[in-house]
Design a binder for this molecule. Structure first.
Ligand code: TRP
Length: 365
């Protein structure tokens, strides 16, 4: 409860959402269409928290802490460039929200170890990164940590890309289990009624973006910085042109009927705003009506550059000397706001789990 007695989250009268990113370097168009665009759309009508999951970066880059730190700051530049407004939305540094770490330990008790290891997102990551059985104990623990990221904020909805859906399933299981085991919520209660029946945690839903998975410029794999097939938010207009020109389709000539489910047409649909033009391009391409890939690529590059131009301008305001500190000030403010809420959640959870022995007053930030 806040000082006035209303629960913090509902005092704004807006539904509360949380989502986040593991800092891995600069953000790209896949992040924009998969998640960030949606965040920018909903930030006026929702109480938004955007988490910089810097602890998660340690699962695979433990020996690289200096670049994790730099990436954490860099990602905020991209957030601000894309239109996340720190006045409206809180940008939060995970490693400075102690309630998340404490809840992770407690939640780890509610999940069978084998259930965590069955998470397909973890399995794919282990395979893709060739981790074998050499991964750190903290690697699967991050999936439990992600349930705490979400539940610490008692978020009702989590805007994410498709690949995060298994993490949301795990989160929903933790919320249900916690509410059943510690708050006496009966097992036959519908997900959306858990809080009404005394549960500490809402059972959150995944809000998957219209395009869950944007292809990379290789035309084969999901766009990803590490696969070298990404168009970064911070790329110059020239770079965008070059990269779009590389998009692989395998089509030979302008009169060959083209496959409009290829990567190039995913770009057409995502980035050319004029629906009538998109329909026309699709029709001519499918019929092989004398329309070359090069022509379409030029239009796509132009559309992407029109999208990125205002982003480049906003980004420029957060570059140069002193800008790192300004960014740190922004995330310090967001983290303070987060800690007020997450400490409240933690107290509720500890009380429910019989862990409240005396009042706690942590001085944070
Ligand atoms: N695992 C997410 C990713 O790699 C980042 C993340 C961390 C996250 N905590 C979160 C996403 C909580 C949504 C909610 O992209």
């Amino acid at each position: 409860m806040s000082a006035s007695g209303t629960p913090i989250g509902t005092s704004s009268g807006k539904p509360r959402i949380l989502t986040g990113d593991t800092p891995t370097g600069s953000l790209h168009l896949g992040h924009w269409v998969g998640s960030v665009r949606r965040r920018v759309e909903i930030q006026p009508s929702h109480e938004c928290y955007f988490l910089l999951a810097n602890m998660h970066a340690f699962t695979t880059r433990t020996e690289d802490s200096a670049s994790i730190r730099a990436d954490t700051i860099e990602i905020v530049r991209d957030y601000l460039a894309m239109g996340i407004d720190p006045q409206q939305s809180a940008i939060v540094l995970q490693s400075e929200v102690p309630a998340i770490a404490e809840l992770t330990f407690l939640f780890a008790m509610l999940l069978p170890f084998n259930r965590v290891m069955r998470n397909p997102t973890l399995k794919t990551e282990i395979e893709l990164k060739g981790m074998g059985d050499k991964f750190a104990f903290g690697f699967p623990l991050y999936a439990v940590g992600q349930t705490a990221d979400i539940l610490a904020f008692r978020a009702v909805s989590v805007p994410v890309g498709e690949d995060q859906v298994p993490h949301l399933e795990l989160t929903r299981e933790v919320a249900r289990r916690f509410n059943q085991v510690f708050c006496g919520v009966p097992t036959d209660i519908e997900d959306h009624e858990h809080e009404q029946h005394g549960g500490v945690f809402p059972v959150p839903v995944a809000d998957v973006g219209r395009v869950g998975r944007l292809m990379g410029t290789d035309g084969k794999n999901k766009m990803s910085k590490s696969l070298n097939n990404a168009i970064a938010i911070a790329d110059s207009a020239k770079d965008v042109q070059k990269k779009v020109n590389k998009i692989f389709t395998g089509r030979q000539s302008p009169t060959e009927p083209g496959d409009t489910s290829n990567a190039l047409f995913q770009f057409v649909e995502c980035f050319i705003p004029d629906a009538a033009r998109v329909a026309e391009l699709k029709d001519r391409y499918a019929r092989g009506d004398n329309i070359g890939d090069g022509h379409i690529k030029a239009e796509v590059a132009e559309a992407i550059n029109a999208l990125l131009a205002p982003m480049r301008e906003r980004r420029a305001q957060f570059e140069g000397p002193g800008s790192d500190q300004r960014i740190i000030d922004i995330i310090m403010d967001g983290t303070r706001r987060a800690n007020r809420l997450c400490e409240e959640t933690l107290l509720m959870a500890k009380a429910a789990a019989g862990l409240k022995f005396w009042p706690r007053q942590l001085q944070l930030g």
